[in-house]
Write a protein that binds this ligand. Structure first.
Ligand SMILES: *[C@@H]1O[C@H](CO)[C@@H](O)[C@H](O)[C@H]1NC(C)=O
Ligand SMILES: *[C@@H]1O[C@H](CO)[C@@H](O)[C@H](O)[C@H]1NC(C)=O
Length: 187
């Protein structure tokens, strides 16, 4: 019986650790950091995005003066051409939070004429290598922000947290099997 208790305690510990990792994996990123979303100061949004490892569930936060700027989510061709004629979505509050719900590229720019050309554009890329082990809480959530499909190399920027998670999942599963085995042996 002591073995069963130990096994169950281990399962509990591993599950709790997983939930903590799950919560801590969602981050809020303010685009441009302290500069915010602007054409002033030549903020390098490409560089800004390159220093982040975006994941599903992260919140992309655009903060700007809504009198002078906005946020448009666009396709890759529109992004490349700074074509604001048919955005997929437009945000105008000056304090917009967009939750990333799927992998791939998410293209945004300011739709005010000239601003995208001036560099007020950002590509939020959620790498395919950041795929996490399925969890009950992370299962069916319909994508509300579909990723634009872009062919290209996916950087092999493996995240150690992810491997830790999958390791923990394997641990949980083996503990469950072990607990079942011990309790049937004890019975
Ligand atoms: C902008 O995009 C629209 C819709 O996709 C297209 O009809 C138009 O030709 C594009 N304009 C330019 C300048 O590329
Ligand atoms: C933006 O909105 C959040 C809540 O969604 C609020 O906490 C924050 O103070 C707002 N920031 C500005 C600059 O209005």
């Amino acid at each position: 019986m002591a073995l069963v208790k130990t096994a169950l305690a281990l399962v509990f510990t591993a599950t709790t650790t997983l939930s903590v990792l799950q919560i801590s994996s969602a981050a809020v990123y303010k685009v441009g950091d302290s500069a915010g979303w602007t054409t002033i100061g030549n903020v390098d949004y490409k560089l800004w995005a390159a220093t982040k490892t975006f994941q599903i569930g992260d919140i992309i936060h655009f903060e700007y003066n809504s009198q002078f700027h906005n946020v448009m989510r666009v396709t890759h061709p529109m992004y490349k051409a700074c074509n604001a004629s048919a955005p997929l979505a437009t945000y105008t509050t000056g304090n917009d939070s967009i939750t990333i719900t799927n992998r791939g590229h998410h293209f945004f720019f300011c739709g005010v004429p000239g601003h995208c050309q001036a560099g007020q554009k950002v590509d939020i890329n959620v790498l395919r290598t950041t795929q996490m082990a399925p969890t009950p809480s992370a299962l069916p959530s319909p994508p509300s922000v579909p990723a634009a499909k872009v062919p290209g190399p996916s950087p092999s920027n493996a995240v150690s947290l992810k491997s830790l998670k999958s390791l923990l999942w394997k641990l949980v599963l083996s503990m469950v099997v072990f607990a079942g085995f011990v309790s049937s042996a004890a019975a």
